[in-house]
Design a protein around this ligand. Structure first.
Ligand code: CU
Length: 155
């Protein structure tokens, strides 16, 4: 997991592929887009713009991916993201290979991030994460998840 702020992206130390992916996504102005999937570069780099109500973490499951890196960027509102390192996911359900996700019911040990608008959190394959958790009570948030296929990291 890598966390950072758009204001200091130039000094983030992010690998060029991730820095470029975030820059491409920002150039597409996700804050002005309606929810949905938008291609950024071929099928290996796209973004999902979403708006939804945050929920108590007990009402949600953690997710994990094998093929794509998630860059979760919060556009408005506040959310908590629970997460863990590779190997920390517990009670996982079946792998959805086509959609590249697996749901897990627990993370041990569990870590927590408090996200403010302009912050991004990057989850590598195998790192369980539960975004969209409420801070104090449910609130509407807008965010974009930039999906970067792992093949781009070695290209
Ligand atoms: Cu994810």
């Amino acid at each position: 997991m890598i966390v950072g702020e758009l204001n200091t992206l130039s000094s983030s130390g992010l690998p060029a592929v991730l820095n470029n992916a975030l820059t491409l996504a920002l150039t597409a102005r996700p804050q002005d887009k309606t929810p949905g999937r938008y291609d950024l570069e071929g099928e290996h780099l796209f973004m999902n713009v979403m708006t939804f109500e945050t929920q108590h973490p007990a009402q949600k499951k953690a997710e994990m991916h094998e093929q794509y890196i998630d860059i979760q960027l919060l556009l408005s509102g506040e959310e908590r993201i629970q997460f863990g390192v590779v190997g920390s996911a517990r009670q996982c359900e079946e792998q959805h290979t086509e959609e590249d996700y697996q749901l897990c019911n627990d993370i041990e040990p569990l870590q927590t991030l408090l996200m403010k608008p302009g912050m991004y959190a990057i989850f590598m394959p195998g790192e369980p994460h539960k975004p969209g958790c409420s801070v104090t009570q449910g609130e509407e948030i807008k965010k974009v998840v930039v999906k970067v296929h792992i093949s781009l990291m070695t290209a």
